[in-house]
Design a protein. Structure first.
Length: 71
C-alpha cells in the first residue's frame, strides 16, 4: 500500500509513505533518481493500491493517471 504525502507552502503532493511487508514504513519524495520512487511507479502501473493524502483509496485508473503526471 502506498499513501501520498501532502504539504509545504503550496499544500501539494510531494512524496509517498509505503507500508513494507515486515510492518515498517518507508517514505520518499518524487525523485526520478530514487530507486524506491521507480519501484512505486512500476507497482502502481501493475495495480498496487494508492491512497490520497486523506487515506481514500484511489481507483487503479486514477492512481495510474496520477503517476502519469509525475516526473
Amino acid at each position: 500500500m502506498y499513501k501520498l504525502i501532502k504539504g509545504g507552502i503550496e499544500n501539494k503532493n510531494y512524496g509517498i509513505f509505503r507500508s513494507n511487508e515486515d510492518g515498517t514504513i518507508s517514505s520518499f519524495i518524487f525523485d526520478p533518481a530514487n530507486t524506491d520512487y521507480a519501484e512505486f511507479k512500476k507497482a502502481v502501473a501493475e495495480g498496487a493500491e494508492l491512497q490520497d493524502a486523506d487515506g481514500n483509496v484511489m481507483s487503479a485508473e486514477a492512481a495510474q493517471a496520477f503517476v502519469g503526471t509525475l516526473p
